[in-house]
Structures are given as structure tokens and as C-alpha cells.
Design a protein around this ligand. Structure first.
Ligand SMILES: *Cc1c(COP(=O)(O)O)cnc(C)c1O
Length: 419
């Protein structure tokens, strides 16, 4: 059971002071969680690293905090690469796990010294074309296809656009070695929001066995594996969090028997977790504008799907706490909505909550990953601010509210004739 906690700051006062909606991230809880992860993988030879998936929470202040805690960055676009560098993350701790990549982004990542993680065998030629040569270090993304079933969220690997087939993978290492690459990585990601830790352990088993296959078929010695992201978080109170300790111990055992015992050590083990790093430590705080009684009872918030699209996009559950009413019985049933002119703009459907009044402040939990970053401007909704509780307990604004001027910044009031 994952008990839903709130950060140790007075959210009601903060809401009164700065206005809603906003996202707030608990830096202290993120640091504690990071320590648990790094402790669980402290056995990794050459030093464990999680390349934090920047897309999950692309705010430079959070990236700086994560950098100070030992994280690298997993980027999939040039702006993400720039942000990671601006946050002070060194290039050897940046992996460029992109797909359908433009040539100029390969070049920028190459020039920066980030680790290129190629998504397709044809991208060897794309890198040669755009960069002139292959970098010293290269990584390939593996897609196991029919050999492995994906989890429910990521779907069947055969249907996934990502990665090289096993045959291509062997061929890719051969070619890269012939082209002068010296250091090789192997990446895979076959899960999303997976709460079953054994599934992640099986991914490690699959990857470790490939290290052996690649070595035997090509003579290439893989020096790091990247087990991707996709570790889930307990969005529901009834969910059980994945234990980093369990993951670390189980993968360590496989490492000893499949890597060390076969003479393939040292092999650096890395991840690209995003959600499991910051997800549970973000909160979307929003005020109730209206309570409407129609065929159903609706709670209308000042936040909408443009602030957090997971519930509308994939029916995702996000727990909701009504501040100051934590101890009241949940004896009312509401649809909790936003103000978009889209009927799927709902944070919750038929949710049992205490009786809600206008002006109540609601906390939507677990918005620390794939929350604000998935936001958009439909209906000319302006993006909300972000706050960070620092390690010293102080609350800082780390993104201001968007303004109308921001919204129209790229619009040309005077048309420019182009053809
Ligand atoms: C999205 C993504 C991640 C992070 O996924 P989480 O679910 O946030 O852990 C890591 N790697 C790649 C390649 C991704 O696309």
C-alpha cells in the first residue's frame, strides 16, 4: 500500500500567496529517493548512473538538483541536450536516445560529446553523413520483437517503432567496430510505468545474455548497458512501489552469474528512469471554481487537461486530496474537470471525495513526471508556474506563469510573404 503523502510545506498558504494552479516538486523527497536508488546499485563497477529522462521534468532547476545527486540525462532532442548541458551535466553523462533523428541533431550531440544511442541500423550511415565519422563511444537500442512480450502500457515490441532487431544488432556492432568505435553500449526499453519489479529484472537478464551473444558473434566487448526507463510508480494507494533494493539485489545476482562469471566484467549498468525519480514528488495544486449539479456532480478546477494530460490521454489515475478535508469521509462522488471545451478534460471520473465547495484547494498527486512537460496551449490556456522545495526547505519559483505575450510570441501580427 502506497500511502499518499503531502510535502512538508503549507500548501494552502502557498496557494493563497502565489495563486493556482501550479506544480510543486519536493526536492528533499527527490534526494531521499535518489539516495535509495544509488545505494541499491552501489555495487556497479565503474559507478552507477541513472540518465534521468529529461522529458519527464525538463526544468533546469530540477536538472541541476538531479546533477548534484549523481544523475546524468537522457535526451531525445536538441533542446533537451542544450538544457542538460546548461544544467551542468557533463557530456559523458548525457545519452542521446532519440528516434527519427534529424542529421543536425546527431551532429550537435556528437560535437557536444554526448553518447549517441542509435535507434536504427541505418543511423550508422546518418551519423557518418552528418558527423564525418563515428564517435569513440556508441550505443545501440535493441528491440526484442517477438522474443519478448511488452507490458500492457508499452505494448507488443513487434509493434514498437524503436530499436534494432537482434540480427541488425549483431551487424551494427560489427560495422561500428570496423569503423573504429572503441566503446560500446547496449540499450533496451520494453516497459512503461511497470510496477512488477521482476519484469525489469527480466530485462536485465535479456540484456546480459545479449552481451554474451554479441561477444561471441562479433568479438565486440560491451562496456555499458542501459536498461532504459519505465519503472512504475504507485499512482493508486492500492499499488505497491517498486523496491530499488530488490531491483539492485536481483540485478546484482544476474550480473555475477551472467557477466562476472563469464569474464565480461566490468560492465557498467545504467538506467534512464524518469518517472520513478521525480513522479511521486510532484503535486498539481488547483482551486475549485465551481461545483455544478447536473445529471452528475461536477467539480470545475482552475487547472485543466492542458496542465496535466495523463488522465484525459490514457485514462490514468491520479490521486486527489482536498486540503483541510483529509479526515472527512469520502461520501460524495464527482467528476473533477477542467475548463477546456473538450469533454475528456477530466482529472477524475466518479471519484469518491469529501463534500467539495467552491474555493477548496485540491492537490492532484504524482505529477512530478510527464506532468507539466506534457502540457499544451489548446484553447489558449496559459501554462502554469512551477515551484521547487529546495534541500534547505525553502520554496522557490522555478517557472513563472505564462502570459498572453508569451502565448502570442511566435505569432506574426503582420503576415510575412514567403511565396
Ligand atoms: C520516456 C523514456 C524514458 C523514461 O521513461 P519513464 O517512464 O519516465 O521512466 C527513458 N528512456 C526513453 C528512451 C524514453 O523514451
Amino acid at each position: 500500500m502506497a500511502e499518499k503523502r503531502l510535502p512538508d510545506v503549507d500548501l494552502l498558504s502557498l496557494a493563497g500567496k502565489v495563486g493556482t494552479p501550479f506544480n510543486i516538486y519536493d526536492g528533499r523527497a527527490i534526494a531521499e529517493n535518489a539516495k535509495a536508488l544509488y545505494d541499491a546499485f552501489s555495487w556497479v563497477e565503474g559507478g552507477f548512473v541513472d540518465f534521468f529522462a529529461v522529458k519527464a521534468l525538463p526544468n533546469i532547476n530540477v536538472l541541476r538538483l538531479l546533477a548534484s545527486l549523481g544523475f546524468g540525462a537522457d535526451c531525445s532532442s536538441l533542446p533537451e541536450l542544450i538544457l542538460a548541458r546548461q544544467a551542468g551535466i557533463s557530456p559523458d553523462k548525457i545519452v542521446f536516445t532519440s528516434n527519427d533523428t534529424p542529421d543536425d541533431e546527431f551532429k550537435a550531440a556528437y560535437d557536444m560529446g554526448a553518447v549517441l544511442n542509435l535507434d536504427d541500423i541505418s543511423h550508422i550511415d546518418a551519423v557518418l553523413r552528418s558527423c564525418g565519422s563515428l564517435p569513440q563511444t556508441i550505443c545501440f537500442r535493441y528491440n526484442p520483437g517477438p522474443e519478448r512480450t511488452g507490458n500492457a502500457i508499452i505494448g507488443n515490441p513487434v509493434e514498437a517503432k524503436y530499436g534494432l532487431t537482434k540480427t541488425q544488432l549483431v551487424e551494427a556492432y560489427r560495422r561500428a567496430a570496423a569503423l573504429g568505435v572503441r566503446t560500446f553500449g547496449l540499450h533496451t526499453m520494453v516497459a512503461s510505468n511497470e510496477l512488477d519489479a521482476s519484469y525489469i529484472v527480466e530485462t536485465a537478464r535479456m540484456v546480459f545474455s545479449l552481451v554474451d551473444i554479441v561477444a561471441r558473434q562479433t568479438g565486440v566487448r560491451i562496456s555499458f548497458v542501459d536498461l532504459g526507463g519505465g519503472v512504475g510508480i504507485p499512482y493508486r494507494e492500492s499499488d505497491e512501489a517498486v523496491s530499488f533494493r530488490y531491483l539492485g539485489d536481483e540485478i546484482h545476482r544476474l550480473y555475477d552469474s551472467m557477466i562476472v562469471a563469464k569474464g565480461y566484467g566490468p560492465l557498467k549498468v545504467t538506467f534512464e528512469m524518469g518517472r520513478a525519480i521525480t513522479g511521486p514528488f510532484g503535486y498539481l495544486v488547483s482551486t475549485v471554481r465551481h461545483v455544478c449539479r447536473k445529471y452528475k456532480d461536477y467539480v470545475g478546477l482552475d487547472a485543466c487537461m492542458a496542465d496535466l494530460m495523463r488522465p484525459a490521454l490514457y485514462g490514468a489515475y491520479h490521486h486527489i486530496t482536498v486540503l483541510g478535508k483529509e479526515d472527512l469521509p469520502c461520501d460524495h462522488v464527482y467528476d473533477v474537470t477542467g475548463s477546456l471545451c473538450e469533454n475528456n478534460d477530466k482529472f477524475a471520473i466518479d471519484r469518491r471525495l469529501p463534500e467539495i465547495e467552491e474555493g477548496d484547494v485540491l492537490v492532484i498527486h504524482d505529477t512530478g513526471a510527464h506532468g507539466h512537460s506534457m502540457g499544451f496551449n489548446y484553447n489558449a490556456k496559459l501554462r502554469h508556474a512551477e515551484y521547487l522545495i529546495g534541500l534547505d526547505g525553502k520554496v522557490c519559483r522555478i517557472r513563472r506563469d505564462e502570459t498572453f505575450d508569451d502565448y502570442v510570441r511566435t505569432m506574426l501580427y503582420e503576415p510575412e510573404e514567403v511565396l
